[in-house]
Design a binder for this molecule. Structure first.
Ligand SMILES: [Zn+2]
Length: 401
C-alpha cells in the first residue's frame, strides 16, 4: 500500500475515533429525566425548559432512535426526533447544555404509480406495490365518496407520491400528492393542498359521506384554542414548536369523554401533559387526553370504555395556561391530525376561493402534463424517479437571530 493512502487511512481512523455519532433506542420505560441521568446530563436541562417544550418532550416515542455525537469521548450534540418534522437538539458547550427544536433533514423522492384496473383498484395496487397502504389512502383521499365499486377493467389509477428518506432509509409514510381514479372512464382527480386536504381540479373538496368512530372529546367546549400543526413558528420565541393535537378550551371541571370505544392503556401524570389518559382503539389508533383536573370514577388502566363515556374533567394540570383539554390522536404511534377523524360529514360542498383557488390551479397545471404523459403509456408500470415536487413541504421562513 502506498505511503500516502496509508496516511490517509490512519488520519481517517483517528478522525472517526475523535468524533463519533452513535445511535441509541429510546427504551419503553425511559423518562426524559432518566435519559438525562443515563448520559450524565444535568437534570436542570429539563427543569429550565419552557412549559410547552416540556409538553412536546412527552411525544418522544418508545423505540425511537436518537443519536449522540461525541468529540474525544465528550458529548457535543444529541438529536431526538419528537415528530415527523422536528427533533429536539441538545448542545453541550462550555456554558453547559442548551436545547432547541430543529427541522429533521430528509431527502424527498417523487414516484409515480400507474396501473390499469384488472381485479379491483385495491387488489391491483396491492399486486403492484405489495402493500395495502395506497388503496386505503386513496379511499381517504376521496373520503369514500366516489363509486369505487363501479370501476371496470381498464380504468386507470395514477398516483404521484413522495417518500421521505433519512440516511437512505424510507422514513414516515408515503404521501399522495396528486392522483387520478377513473370510474367507467370518467376521471376523478385529487390534489393535496397544504399537506392537509384533497380537492378536485376545480377546487371542490371531496365530501365526507361516512361517520368515523370518533366524537369531540369535550361535549361542552367553549372553542378550539389551538389546532394541530407539525410546525408552528412562534413569533415571540422565534422558533418552531409543533402542536400535535387539538386544544379544546372549556370551563374547569367540564366533562371529558372517550372519543371512541377502546381500552385505557395509560392513566397518570405525564410530564408536561399533566394528568393524562390514553385509550387504545382498533386499527392501531390511540387517543390521548391531557391536562385533566381529575379522573372519572372507575376509569383505570385496563378499563374498557365505550364511546362518550366520561373519563375525566378538564383542568390545567402540567400547564399554567387556562383550562383546556389537549387531545391527541396517534396512528401506530405517530401523531396525526384529529380533525380528520373527529369532524362530521358535511352536507355542503366546500370550494376553494381566491388565493387558495389560484394555488390549487397552479398545482393542477403542474400535474396535468404528467397525468397526460403517464396515461399515454400502455403498460402497468411503476415509474421511479427522483426530483423535486411542487407540493413538498414549504421551505421554512429563515430563522431570525
Ligand atoms: Zn395542546
Amino acid at each position: 500500500m502506498p505511503i500516502k493512502s496509508l496516511l490517509i487511512l490512519i488520519s481517517l481512523l483517528l478522525f472517526t475515533q475523535n468524533i463519533a455519532a452513535k445511535e441509541y433506542k429510546w427504551s419503553n420505560k425511559l423518562t426524559f429525566l432518566g435519559f438525562l441521568k443515563k448520559h450524565g446530563i444535568p437534570q436542570k436541562t429539563y427543569y429550565k425548559m419552557h412549559k410547552e417544550d416540556k409538553e412536546l418532550i412527552q411525544e418522544i416515542r418508545a423505540g425511537q432512535s436518537y443519536s449522540i455525537n461525541r468529540k474525544k469521548g465528550k458529548i457535543t450534540t444529541i438529536n431526538i426526533p419528537v415528530s415527523d418534522e422536528l427533533m429536539l437538539q441538545l448542545k453541550n458547550s462550555k456554558k453547559g447544555y442548551t436545547y432547541k427544536y430543529v427541522e429533521i433533514p430528509y431527502d424527498l423522492i417523487e414516484r409515480t404509480i400507474s396501473i390499469k384496473m384488472k381485479y379491483g383498484f385495491k387488489k391491483d395496487l396491492y399486486r403492484a406495490t405489495k402493500t395495502w397502504y395506497y388503496g386505503k389512502e386513496l379511499e381517504e383521499v376521496y373520503s369514500k365518496s366516489i363509486p369505487f365499486n363501479k370501476m371496470r377493467k381498464g380504468d386507470r389509477i395514477i398516483l404521484f407520491y413522495t417518500q421521505r428518506y433519512r440516511n437512505n432509509k424510507p422514513y414516515t409514510s408515503p404521501q399522495i400528492d396528486a392522483c387520478l381514479i377513473e370510474i367507467k372512464g370518467k376521471p376523478f382527480y385529487g390534489f393535496l393542498m397544504d399537506n392537509e386536504k384533497y380537492y378536485d381540479s376545480l377546487g371542490r373538496q371531496y365530501k365526507r359521506t361516512y361517520t368515523t368512530r370518533f366524537i369531540r372529546p369535550v361535549p361542552n367546549m367553549k372553542r378550539i384554542s389551538s389546532r394541530f400543526t407539525h410546525r408552528r413558528y412562534h413569533p415571540i420565541h422565534k422558533r418552531y414548536r409543533p402542536h400535535l393535537g387539538i386544544d379544546y378550551a372549556a370551563r374547569s371541571g367540564s366533562r371529558i369523554v372517550a372519543s371512541s370505544k377502546g381500552k385505557v392503556v395509560f392513566k397518570g401524570w405525564k410530564g408536561g401533559y399533566g394528568r393524562t389518559i390514553e385509550i387504545q382503539h382498533a386499527n392501531g389508533l390511540k387517543t390521548l387526553y391531557a391536562h385533566m383536573r381529575g379522573y372519572a370514577k372507575g376509569v383505570n388502566r385496563g378499563t374498557y370504555v365505550g364511546q362518550g363515556k366520561t373519563i375525566g374533567y378538564v383542568g390545567t394540570s402540567g400547564r399554567s395556561t387556562g383550562p383546556h383539554l389537549h387531545f391527541g390522536l396517534y396512528k401506530k404511534g405517530r401523531a396525526i391530525n384529529p380533525a380528520r377523524y373527529v369532524s362530521k360529514p358535511s352536507a355542503k360542498t366546500i370550494k376553494l376561493k381566491g388565493k387558495a383557488y389560484n394555488k390549487l390551479r397552479k398545482l393542477v397545471r403542474h400535474y396535468r402534463p404528467q397525468f397526460r404523459e403517464t396515461r399515454a403509456r400502455k403498460n402497468s408500470i411503476i415509474k421511479k424517479e427522483s426530483k423535486k415536487c411542487l407540493n413538498c413541504f414549504k421551505k421554512l421562513p429563515p430563522r431570525k437571530k
